[in-house]
Ligand binder design. Structure first.
Ligand SMILES: [Zn+2]
Length: 656
């Protein structure tokens, strides 16, 4: 592992916490050190209070911040002397510890300080860095782990056995440090948990971390345990209905819709097909705090109820011994390994599922390297239970507010690169949905990459492309719950006598046939939607009130309208709702060029300005007005409504 320290870059991080922010980010950039909120860092500073009195302040990473993107505001100042005294108490419960930390913060509104704050406080050095380095975990979770760690590091590190984070660990580390630390000591290994390094300045502490982890990597390489390879996996084809079925079962077990993320990484598939997968995967995570996101073990195979029974038995084995009464979490898996399916990550949101996938990606490396050293083993089931059901985690669950309405659900939107479609993408993302955004324009993929959005260039008139899009959507999110059929074309204005065959066919192909195909392809998925499928059709004011010169457009939208009505009749038995919107006078869309506006205005004998406001309310309707309504039509307000046709047009005399 190489140091990423760069003086020029470091100089850009100014202010008293600048170096602390910079080197924390360097740690965060290295996924083999920390992942998704894992790890923490701190700095101790002497500062003057308002009365000029000096005091020692510990700035420690606040909860909710990621090292990779942390800023000065992400470090919470606490009264160092007080926190050190806390660490010297004979005992302190977790709720007491949290209360004391929260009441001894020195900046109102700072995030809650890390649960490892006491540990940072008891170490004497100005800068303290903590990671869950993969290489160190592989060694400490192999046979003779402690011996190997001592052999690699000698006096350079203090070695601490596995102890649950919090007060006990801090007290243990304080003692171990007094007993073991010598003049050459630069770090501390917490067996089966991670690595600490410390130093007088940010660079020293950071580069010691890199040096310590590099020693572990070299040790693995010397013992043929670094570049571990899995055999080429047997390729499998996963039917999208199979994934959607699984998602339905998992969602039933949690009582809410869940995202399933199927990985096509051959490493996952090879691990799932490993002859020893049962032994390797059924011990526990690489480092205990993964358990919050992944549960202790991945499910082997696809029997969700059986997994739930095993999980309940695990809860029953350990809950009675806990200090406080515990509430059992849902019994659904967060990871699945299966020779036919490969690896599936499961989460409440697409972001959660992506994190689970990342964690297990690194876990496989840690497991295989430990295995190459003679045999992987994780901490005890009891230790995992203690973390999973930690007071502090249970309290978070009790506090959790109301989830956004579409969290865990998936919507597919066509024509998503501009206008109403693009506004729909935003409206559904804001409501917590994962979005499959399709458009024939490459501009659809220009949006910022995020776990909740899968943007695909796709011409919906191409059956093959639609199949591929559905395939990709299900692989990424596990199913499709909602469909917004928005893509459409408006052929040039032509009187009926002059309508060209081309224009007619094009209107029918995009506005009708493509939507028929999408409905057909999505049906098996909508049928399996945990909260029942919903479809929103973006129709047109031309359906109830066609305009002269727009024969192809009006006829195609009318055909689409009938298609929607018949579909609503046929799919009601599956609980699928299909509603249509008839927008009009929406000019901020890809459909409306200046020429088209002029030509339509002309067809009505109006100026462009009159044409824009030719509705009863004399108002302009925007893409986002339509998109908000489309999203609401998929929500609770419209739960008892199907086959409705709703105008969004500012009121139209001819429709009224
Ligand atoms: Zn840790």
């Amino acid at each position: 592992m190489k140091s990423l320290w760069n003086d020029a870059e470091a100089a850009q991080f100014t202010g008293p916490l600048g170096p602390r922010v910079y080197s924390s980010r360097l740690l965060g950039r290295e996924k083999a050190l920390v992942l998704h909120g894992g790890g923490n860092t701190s700095v101790k500073r002497r500062e003057k209070d308002l009365f000029g009195a000096e005091r020692d302040v510990l700035y420690v990473k606040g909860s909710g911040w990621d090292l990779e993107s942390i800023e000065a505001a992400g470090f919470t100042p606490v009264d160092l002397e007080y926190v050190r005294r806390l660490a010297g108490l004979p005992a302190l419960s977790d709720p007491q510890m949290v209360n004391e930390l929260n009441t001894h913060m020195l900046r109102a509104g700072a995030p809650a300080p890390s649960v490892e704050t006491l540990l940072h406080a008891v170490l004497p050095h100005a800068y303290v860095d903590h990671t869950h380095a993969d290489a160190v975990l592989s060694i400490s979770n192999a046979p003779r782990g402690e011996e190997r760690i001592r052999e690699i590091y000698g006096e350079r590190v203090v070695v601490v056995p596995y102890v649950m984070p919090g007060f006990d660990l801090a007290a243990y580390c304080a003692r171990a440090f007094r007993e073991q630390a010598g003049p050459r000591t630069v770090g501390m290994v917490l067996l089966s948990h991670g690595m600490f390094s410390f130093g007088a300045d940010a660079r020293e502490s950071y580069e010691r971390m890199i040096a310590l982890v590099s020693l572990a990597e070299e040790y693995l390489a010397q013992h043929d345990a670094w570049a571990v390879r899995l055999p080429e996996p047997r390729r499998v084809r996963v039917a999208r209905e199979a994934l959607a079925d699984l998602r339905q079962t998992v969602s039933r077990a949690t009582g809410r819709p869940m995202i399933l993320r199927h990985s096509d990484n051959p490493k996952f598939l090879a691990f799932a097909q490993h002859p020893e997968v049962a032994r390797l995967s059924q011990q526990g995570p690489a480092t205990p705090d993964h358990v919050i996101r992944t549960k202790p073990l991945p499910m082997l195979g696809t029997d969700v109820p059986a997994f739930g029974r095993q999980y309940a038995a695990y809860f029953e084995r350990h809950a009675p011994q806990a200090k406080e009464p515990k509430t059992m979490l849902d019994g659904a898996p967060r990871m699945l390994l299966d020779a036919e399916l490969g690896f599936v990550a499961i989460g409440r949101s697409a972001q959660d599922a992506a994190i689970v996938e990342d964690l297990y990606d690194h876990t496989i490396d840690v497991i295989l390297r430990a295995e190459a050293l003679g045999g992987w083993r994780a901490v005890s089931e009891r230790d995992l239970f203690d973390i999973e059901y930690w007071d502090l985690e249970q309290a978070k669950l009790r506090r959790a507010g109301e989830a956004p309405p579409f969290l865990g659900e998936v919507v597919l939107i066509t024509g998503a690169a501009s206008g109403i479609g693009r506004a729909c993408v935003d409206a559904f993302l804001r409501r917590g949905a994962a979005v499959v955004a399709l458009d024939r324009s490459a501009a659809v993929a220009e949006a910022r990459a995020r776990a909740e959005l899968l943007a695909l260039q796709c011409d919906v008139t191409q059956p093959q492309a639609v199949q591929q899009a559905l395939e990709a959507g299900v692989a990424r999110f596990g199913g499709i719950d909602m469909l917004v059929l928005n893509a459409g074309v408006f052929p040039p204005t032509q009187p009926v006598t002059e309508v060209s065959e081309d224009a007619w066919h094009r209107a029918m192909a995009v506005n009708v046939e493509a939507n028929l195909r999408l409905l057909q392809g999505a049906y098996p998925l909508l049928k399996r939607a945990p909260r029942h499928g919903r479809v929103v059709i973006v129709g047109s004011r031309n359906v109830p009130a066609p305009g002269p010169g727009a024969a192809a457009y009006s006829a195609s939208k009318a055909a689409l309208n009938q298609l929607a009505r018949v579909t609503a009749l046929e799919w009601a038995r599956d609980g699928i709702r299909i509603n249509s919107l008839h927008p009009d006078a929406v000019y901020d869309t890809g459909l409306w060029t200046e020429e088209l506006l002029a030509s339509r205005a002309n067809a009505y004998g109006m100026s462009v300005e009159q044409y824009r406001r030719r509705n009863l309310l004399a108002t302009e309707v925007s893409s986002s007005d339509v998109a908000e309504l489309a999203a609401e039509m998929c929500g609770r307000l419209f739960a008892k409504t199907t086959a409705a046709q709703l105008p969004v047009d500012g009121g139209n005399e001819r429709v009224v």
